[in-house]
Design a protein. Sequence first.
Length: 243
Amino acid sequence: MQTVRITTSQNIDIDYELAGLGERIVGSIIDFAIFFVLYFFFIILGISLNMQDFSGLFVIIIYAVLYVFYDLACEVFMNGQSIGKKIMKVRVISQDGAQPRLSQYLLRWLLRIIDFGLTAGSVALVTAAISTKVQRLGDLVAGTIVIKTQPRTNMSQIAFVAAEDNYIPLFPETAQLSGEDIDLVNEVINTYIKTDNNVVVYNMAQRIKKHLGIAPPAEMNDLRFLQTIIKDYTHQIARAEVI
């Protein structure tokens, strides 16, 4: 499993799992299959409209425009995903972890001419295979990577779930958090366990304190604070589901 470490805007190092070459290929095949089906649809439509008149030509132009701009439009308006990428649960992000800028999407799209057009996909395949971050030429030039969108951990895997029915959350404000917030907290704890890096724990704790407007007891360290945040959140979510 290949991962890339990204420093978030909160100065927190998080490891993301890179999309594998196989997943990217399957995603591209799915996108191609969509246009393969559309090709026959437009052929039938064109024949019914008579390919020799203006309406038939218009159908061909529409298909060509869709084919050429499909990837760019999807990635810009679908948060770095085409339909194939969405099905394979992968998406494009900037190497710094941010959403790519329009210029980055444009560079990725323009380099498709070399990656796929002029070389029938051989350049994309070779560069992605030898790149440490599974980047095709367009990714290398645009400064983007493709990551898996599925979280590496989910709520059922979190180790600090309250088991006692009579448990009273120390921080009821955790109900304001989202599942994505809790996944991030858990990733920080896992990163600390693997690297013994206290800084990531401190930064995450400060972010949560500021976001919720809470102050933990003086004797509670940052790691215990984050564990309690997860415990309180999961307890309240579990109670809400029962109710």
